[in-house]
Each structure stands twice: as C-alpha cells, then as structure tokens.
Design a protein around this ligand. Structure first.
Ligand code: AHG
Ligand code: MN
Ligand code: MN
Length: 366
C-alpha cells in the first residue's frame, strides 16, 4: 500500500481546535479516548464466537438472558462494550459523569479519579440483535457539558444533569463495525468520516465534509409495524410504495437493516430517509429509539451534514428530555423527505386518496 498522506483523527482534531485558540484540548482528548474504546469494541466484534462473545448474557433468571433497564435481553457484547466505554473513559479527568443504554442510573466517576466538565452519553452497541447473524453494528455517543454548578461542587451527578436538548451537544458521532470499521464525527463544524487502517490501528480521514442529498428515492421503516402507524406515516409510506403510479411520480427503493446506526451511515453516504415513528403498538413507549443516546447524536450528525432529524412533528434536537432512557419517534435523512413527513403530520389527511394501496383491500389497510 502506498504511503498515505491522509489526516489521522488526531490531526483532524488538532486542526479543528486551531479555530478555537482558547480551547484546552480536553474535548479532543475525550474524543480520542472514545475512539480507542471503539477500536477495542471493533476487535471484540471481529473475533465473534472465537472469543465466545456471541449470544445472550447468561443469567439465573427463569426468563433466560439478563435484561437491561429497557427490559431488553442483553447480549454478551452489549455488556462488554459498555465496560470498554467505562474503563477507557473513567480515569481521564475529562468527564463529570457518563450515562449508557445499559445502565439504569448515571455512572459516577470513581473517587480515585479527578472529575472533568463533560458528560459522555452512549449506546455502546446499537443493533445488537444483529450481532449473532454477523450484520453491521455500531456504537453511538453524545458529548454534553455538565452544569457549571455540578462541576464546581464536584457533587455526584443526577439524572437531571443529563436532560439537555440535542442542541446542547458539543460533539457526537458513532463507530460502525461493518466490512470496514469507521468513525463518524461532528464537533459542530460539519461531519467527517474516518476509516480504521488496521495496519496502523489509526482512524484516517476518508470522508471529509459529508453532505446528505436533499432528495432521495430510498426509505427505511420496519413494515411489520404498519398496522400501528399513525395516518401521516401510513400516507407517506403508501405514496412511496405507489411509486411512479402515485402522487410521488417516481419509484422508491426500501431498505431495513435493523441497526439504526448502519441505516444512518447509509443515509450519510447516499441519502435516504429512516423512520422509527411514534406508533400505537404500546402506549407506554412513544417510539422505539432512545432520545439521549440514539436520536440526539444521529440527529446532530444529520443536521451537520445538511439533512434533517425530527420526531415527525418537531426537530429532534429541540426536544427537552424528561428522562434518561426516554423513547421518541424518530425520522431522519434527506431534508425534503423529512420536511414532507413533518408536513403530513401537520396538515389534514387528503380527502380523496386514489392510490390503490389505500383501497379497502389495499396492502397497508387496517
Ligand atoms: P439496540 O440494539 O441498541 O437496542 O438498538 C436497536 C434498535 C435500532 O438499532 C434498530 O433500528 C431498532 O432497534 C430495530 O428494532 P426492531 O427491528 O425491533 O423494530
Ligand atoms: Mn441502540
Ligand atoms: Mn444498544
């Protein structure tokens, strides 16, 4: 392989920091620790069953595997990835605290270590139902500032310290463990993508200044939930399915990986729209995905790449969180499609729907 003159992640971060001469370098150091955690998880994922790391967490429970705070069965790699994030980040003096999908309460920095000013919120392994079938998974992270008073007093963090809207994110990103391992990042100045060079163990800048195309012909939704969709979502999907014979005048393609992080990556690369909308399946769950460590970081990247992220009704990044593990309806991707879905939520349904998919015996009729 010829000697590469690509930037490393470290070089990218140092060059970004030069725009802020007063910056301490703490954020850069934190992002590099997160990237190291992701490299460690990438190796664990790559060894798969050779490291006996596939499958559910063993448990004494009669129900089988251990469950996390979401009531979902934990995979061995969910737990291991969570542990890697904690061990790689708790010691540095950069963090005031952490929160994760896999932990009910905020993680307190052990007393043996100094505390810093940032909060790290993460989904250590997204799409973990795909691990056992060797389909792409990833890690998602969001970096916030701790409240000044919490930093000054050095007190233990509480849930309320983390309940900040997505607009407050200082940086966000994800790692994708696919055919190549990638690290996608925004520090609030566009989105950059890095590919892991396994020879060097370094993330190299391969995708500078990513832009999500405003238009698309590709959508992603779990169609098995069709009977629970609200009318605006039903209308949008029916129009996509009607293709060139419907009001959209063009044929659409559909994709569903069931790893949101992998769908987000496809959309960053070539556009598209992803929907996991609020539905009527379970009144206690307003959506499937979690606001703080799934929707907000991916929403931040989408907006930074010129795309859009929404609940369907309002921008995701404007939602004031009410709890750490709050779920939310999520629609993101190509701007014009997301805006169309928002419009459908705000306007009354069309009176005359001639599309055959709406007919009494149509494909997606209740
Ligand atoms: P996680 O593995 O962190 O629990 O998240 C899985 C999420 C997301 O990645 C994906 O889009 C969605 O769950 C898939 O859900 P279903 O296939 O169950 O609808
Ligand atoms: Mn997830
Ligand atoms: Mn997860």
């Amino acid at each position: 392989m010829p000697l590469s003159n690509r930037s490393t992640l470290t070089q990218y971060l140092i060059e970004e920091r030069r725009r802020f001469p007063e910056a301490s370098g703490a954020l850069n150091a934190l992002i590099l620790d997160v990237a190291l955690a992701c490299k460690a998880i990438a190796r664990a994922v790559a060894f798969g069953e050779l490291a006996e790391s596939l499958g559910d967490m063993p448990s004494e429970l009669p129900t089988g595997g251990d469950v996390n705070v979401q009531g979902e069965v934990q995979k061995k790699l969910d737990v291991l990835s969570n542990e890697v994030f904690i061990r790689r980040n708790e010691w540095s003096g950069l963090l005031a605290g952490m929160a994760s999908e896999e932990m009910e309460a905020p993680y307190q920095i052990p007393k043996a270590y100094p505390r810093g000013s940032y909060l790290l919120v993460f989904d250590p392994l997204d799409g973990s139902s795909n691990i056992d079938v060797n389909v792409s998974v990833g890690s998602i992270f969001s970096i916030l500032r701790a409240p000044d008073e919490a930093i000054a007093s050095g007190r233990d963090l509480v849930e309320a310290d983390f309940l900040q809207p997505g607009t407050a994110q200082v940086a966000a990103g994800y790692a994708l463990y696919g055919p190549t391992t990638m690290f996608m990042l925004s520090v609030g100045n566009g989105v950059a993508g890095f590919t892991l060079n396994p020879n060097l163990g370094e993330f190299m800048l391969t995708h500078a200044n990513l832009k999500v195309p405003a238009d698309t012909k590709e959508f992603a939704i779990n169609a098995s939930n069709a009977r629970f969709w609200e009318p605006p979502v039903k209308r949008y999907v029916d129009e996509c399915l009607a293709g060139a014979t419907g009001p959209r005048d063009k044929d659409f393609n559909m994709r569903w990986i069931a790893s949101m992080v992998a769908e987000a990556h496809r959309i960053l690369m070539r556009g598209g729209v992803f929907m996991y909308p609020r539905d009527t399946k379970d009144a206690s769950k307003p959506g499937r995905l979690r606001l703080l460590y799934e929707a907000n970081p991916i929403g931040f990247l989408m907006e930074q790449a010129g795309g859009r992220a929404s609940t369907g009704r309002q921008p995701i990044l404007g939602v004031q969180p009410s709890s750490l593990h709050q779920r939310v309806g999520l629609v993101f991707g190509s701007k014009n499609e997301v805006e169309r879905i928002e419009r459908y939520h705000h306007e009354p349904p069309p009176a005359d729907i001639s599309n055959p998919l709406f007919a009494t015996r149509g494909l997606f009729r209740d």
